[in-house]
Design a protein around this ligand. Structure first.
Ligand code: AMP
Ligand code: MG
Length: 277
């Protein structure tokens, strides 16, 4: 099963080496849809296990240029996950209140507790992406953040959080196509913002900022995955495969925790039911 491209810890990413048009040659849109459906169902089951075990949590970080498909990925990949155990957090430009704190304050509050899946639609990485590209803080400030991010994510991982970060990789031409398509579709135009076109001028600077974030912040406990995302059906499939493949590796541990919880509860019940005297 071919997965999204994992960025090995310590490696140096050059995005032009990654083809945004890439698709697994054993798949086509029809077979991918069928496989996605099976994977979505399995993801739903794994989430149920995660929720019952009450030990691990799962954080999925989605990043990518405008129109790269962050919303579509959430809709398609998490379609079968029980909403009771799942949260989506979208991070926009920080409010005044958020800005009065360190950049991780609002992020930390949004992380999942044990048993919960949280999806970040944009994240703390914006603080080394848009913030860096537009000089919203001095270089001295943003350049320190890579280490802060790695330390923060290590803390989360040490507390039982499974962390997966996906960069949805589209080409400049594909973005233009998608923006034009949204412009023509009355029901999609609301998604546009004039800033999306203005931001295209900074494409090169964004790609460089992404390369640094991917290179400096892919760790064993919180790896980055590059997802070729020009083809939506392939993007969804690769994200789903990578998620399910990762969670499967925790299945035995989750089952152990779940059984343990049950045993503890049964022991308590036994105590209560014991005849007095
Ligand atoms: P959207 O994802 O289209 O709703 O747009 C959200 C906007 O918020 C994007 O333009 C992001 O670049 C921006 N944004 C998110 N986080 C930050 C941040 N920490 N600082 C500045 N802008 C941000
Ligand atoms: Mg936008």
């Amino acid at each position: 099963m071919e997965l999204a491209w994992k960025v090995e810890a310590g490696s140096k990413v050059k995005l032009r080496d990654y083809d945004p048009n890439y698709v697994d040659k054993h798949t086509d849109p029809t077979s991918a849809r069928a496989e996605l459906e099976v994977l979505c169902a399995e993801l739903g089951e794994l989430q149920e296990l995660l929720a019952a075990a009450q030990y691990h949590s799962l954080l999925v970080v989605l990043q990518g240029m405008d129109t790269s498909g962050k919303d579509g990925t959430i809709r398609h990949v998490f379609a079968q996950v029980n909403p009771q155990g799942c949260e989506v957090r979208s991070f926009k430009a920080p409010t005044n209140r958020e800005q009065a704190h360190d950049f991780l304050w609002r992020i930390h509050r949004g992380t999942p507790g044990r048993g919960i899946i949280t999806i970040f639609n944009r994240s703390h990485y914006e603080d080394v992406l848009v913030v860096r590209v537009h000089n919203l803080v001095p270089e001295k400030v943003w350049s320190r953040r890579y280490v802060a991010i790695n330390n923060f994510e290590r803390l989360l991982a040490q507390n039982g959080m499974i962390i997966l970060k996906f960069y949805l990789h589209i080409s400049n031409e594909e973005q233009e196509k998608r923006l034009l398509a949204r412009q023509k579709d009355k029901t999609k135009a609301w998604k546009l913002s004039a800033a999306d076109w203005a931001e295209r001028k900074y494409w090169g600077a964004y790609q460089e900022a992404y390369e640094d974030a991917l290179s400096r912040c892919s760790t064993d406990e919180a790896p980055w995955y590059i997802v070729p995302a020009n083809k939506k059906w392939s993007r969804d499939l690769l994200v789903a495969r990578t998620l399910v493949d990762t969670l499967r590796q925790y299945k035995d541990q989750l089952l152990d925790k779940l059984v343990l919880r049950g045993e503890q509860e049964l022991a308590r019940i036994e105590q209560i039911q014991k005849p007095a005297g």
